[in-house]
Design a protein around this ligand. Sequence first.
Ligand SMILES: Cc1cc2nc3c(=O)[nH]c(=O)nc-3n(C[C@H](O)[C@H](O)[C@H](O)COP(=O)(O)OP(=O)(O)OC[C@H]3O[C@@H](n4cnc5c(N)ncnc54)[C@H](O)[C@@H]3O)c2cc1C
Length: 511
Amino acid sequence: MPPAENRECSADVIVVGAGPTGLMLACELALAGVQVRLLDRRVQQQSNITRAFAVHARTLELLDARGLADELVSRGVPVREVQPAPGASVDLRELETRFPMILIAPQSGTEQVLERRARELGVEIVRGAEVVGLQQDADRVVVDLADGSNASASYVIGADGAHSTVRGLVGVDFAGTQYATHIMLADVRLTHPPAEAMFARTGAEGAVIVVPFGDGWFRAIAWDRRREQVPLEVPLPVEEMRDAFGRIAGTDFGMCEQRWSSRFLSERRQARRYRVGRVFLAGDAAHVHSPLGGQGMNTGIQDAMNLGWKLAAAIHGRAPSWLLDSYEQERHRVGAQVLALTDGFNRLVLWRSALRRAAQTRVVRLLLHFDPTRRLMMGRLTGLGIAYPASARHAHPGTGRRAPDLDCGGTRLYELLRDGRFVLVDATSSGAAADTVRRAAHHLHVVRHDPLATTEWPAVMLIRPDGYIAWADDDQADAAGKAAAAVGQWCGTRVTNRTDHRSDLVRAPRD
Ligand SMILES: Cc1cc2nc3c(=O)[nH]c(=O)nc-3n(C[C@H](O)[C@H](O)[C@H](O)COP(=O)(O)OP(=O)(O)OC[C@H]3O[C@@H](n4cnc5c(N)ncnc54)[C@H](O)[C@@H]3O)c2cc1C
C-alpha cells in the first residue's frame, strides 16, 4: 500500500527515540547546526517512567560542557559516599572533578532539562510517531511510520531503547542473556527515612536500595530471593516491598504510601555493531545491563556526546574518513566494559552461594584498600576513567584521556566547550602553536595557557568537543607545525586566514 501521507522532510538526521540518549543526540546535532527530527512513539502527555536516578561525575562534566549540569545538580540530591560491598565504602569527595558525587535525580527530570534545551536549539520533536520500517541506500535513509507515512534523512540514529525497532530493521544481533532475578521497584513515602542519602544493604535473602528523589518520594528497589520468580505482570503492593525490606535490611523505614510500582527483569546484551551504513545505534538500543551501578542512562548520554559532533562534522563535510567509524570503535569497547562492571555488581549482590559472595566481597575490599586499584574502580563507576587511547604507536600518552577542566584565563575549559567546538590549548613558552592555528583555522577556540600552571598536562592539547584529548604533544620546538597538522587531521581542512584580534578566542559563525 502506498504511504498515506509523505512526511518527506529535509532533515539531515532522524533520531528515533526521545529518551535521554535521543534527546542528548538531538541537542548535540542541533548545536552544531544540523537539522534534526526527533521521533518518538510516546505521545506528549505520557511520561517515561523514571528508571534511572544516579547521574555519575563524568556525565555531569559532559553536561557541564554544554551548560546543563548546574540546573540538574540544583534539582538533585548529592551522594558523597557509596558502599560497593559490605564493609567497603568509597568517599567520592576524593574525586578530582567539579562534581565529586553521585547525583540522585529522577530520569524524568534529566529528560525535562534535555528536552527544553533541544527545543531551544530548534529540534523538531514529533510525538506519536512510531517507526516500523527502514530502507537505506548510499545517499539516504527512509523510515516508515506506523500511520503509513514516511520520512527521510541523510542519517538515522536508533536511540529507541532496549527493544529497539531500528536495531531489528538493520539486522543487528543483540547478543547476551537475561538475568534470572525479577527486581521489584516502587516509589514510596517513608515515615523514618534512612540517614544515608543512598541506603543499600545485601544479605542472604537478597538486596535492597532506597534513594530520595528530593520531593518527599523515595525509590525503593529490592532483589528478593523469595519473590524473584513472581511473574512480571503480578501487581506489587507496598506490603510486599515492606516485607522484603524488613527481612533484608531489618527495617522498612515506615513505608506508608506508594504512587507507582513494577517488577522488572534485567538483561545483559550488547549490539554486535553500532553502525550499519547510514544508521547508528546508541543508548539502550546498543547495550543493556543490570541497573546495579546506575550505568545505563549515563552510558547512553555519553554515547550521544561521542556520536553527535562526529556526525555533524560528516554532514558539514569536515569529517576525515575514519571519524564516523570511530564511534563504534570507541563506544563498543566502553559498552562492553559497562556490561562487565554491572555483571560484577550483580554477582556480588545476588550470587546464591554465600561463600562466593563472601569471597567476592573480600576481593572488592582489597581492591578498594590500595590507591591504584581504588582509583581504577572509581574511574569505572563514575565514568571519569573512560579514555579513548590512540592507535598510533608514537601518540602522546595523554591522547584520548578526559580533558582537565583547566582555567583558561578566567574561563574554564568546560565552559569554552559549550558551543561544541574543538579547543586548542597551548601552554608552550612561545605560544607559537596558538598563533599558527589562530591564523589558519576559524572553527575552533584557541587559548594560551600559563606554562607553569599545567606541568602535569601536555604542553599542547587539542580537545575534542566531547571533552577528550584528541591530540597532545610536549615538543616545544615544533609545536606550531604539529598542532596545525593535528587540527587539519581532526577538524577537516576548511580553514581560513581570518584572524580575530579582539580576543584570545577564535570564534566562527554557525555553519
Ligand atoms: C530499575 C532501573 C534503574 C535504573 N537506574 C539507572 C541509574 O540509576 N542510572 C543510569 O544511568 N541508568 C539507570 N537505568 C537505565 C536507564 O533507565 C536506561 O539506560 C535509559 O533509560 C536508556 O535511555 P535511552 O534513551 O537509550 O532509551 P529509553 O529511555 O528506553 O528511550 C527510548 C525511547 O524510544 C522510544 N521508542 C521506542 N521504540 C520506538 C519506535 N519504534 N519509534 C519511535 N520511538 C520509539 C520510546 O518511546 C522511548 O521514549 C535504570 C534502569 C532500570 C530499569
